[in-house]
Ligand binder design. Structure first.
Ligand code: SF4
Length: 118
């Protein structure tokens, strides 16, 4: 999923932009995984991204991204993700994939470019 129980990776540039935009320090909205990649944190109560304004931990509960204009590229492209062969696919964990077109090769290039910056 994207905003719920997020593991969304973000680049250093995106982290700096979010920090400037929100006044939060990086540690307040992301942490590094075992590979050193920054990933957005979840709010412990809502189990949703710290930037999702929501009052519920239900996966289908409404919520609004409070940094929508500055959201990371991974959030902008989701539910398009890369499979093990670096082909762009729609994430079958997303309940809204029917609303999206089939990903293109351009989508794969965009995500590969993002991966190289993480
Ligand atoms: S930054 Fe916004 S779009 Fe991205 S996971 Fe968080 S709430 Fe969702």
């Amino acid at each position: 999923m994207c905003c719920r129980e997020t593991v969304m990776p973000i680049t250093a540039t995106e982290a700096s932009r979010l920090s400037r935009r929100t006044g939060l320090s990086e540690e307040q909205f992301c942490s590094r995984d075992e590979s050193g990649i920054r990933r957005l944190l979840n709010n412990q109560e809502t189990k949703a991204c710290v930037f999702l304004a929501t009052s519920s931990d239900l996966p289908t509960a409404p919520g609004i991204c409070t940094v929508y204009d500055s959201r990371p590229l991974g959030c902008r492209t989701y539910p398009v993700i890369l499979d093990e062969s670096d082909i762009a696919i729609l994430d079958d964990l997303c309940p809204y994939t029917e609303d999206f077109d089939e990903p293109s090769e351009d989508d794969a290039h965009r995500l590969l470019n993002l991966e190289s910056k993480l």
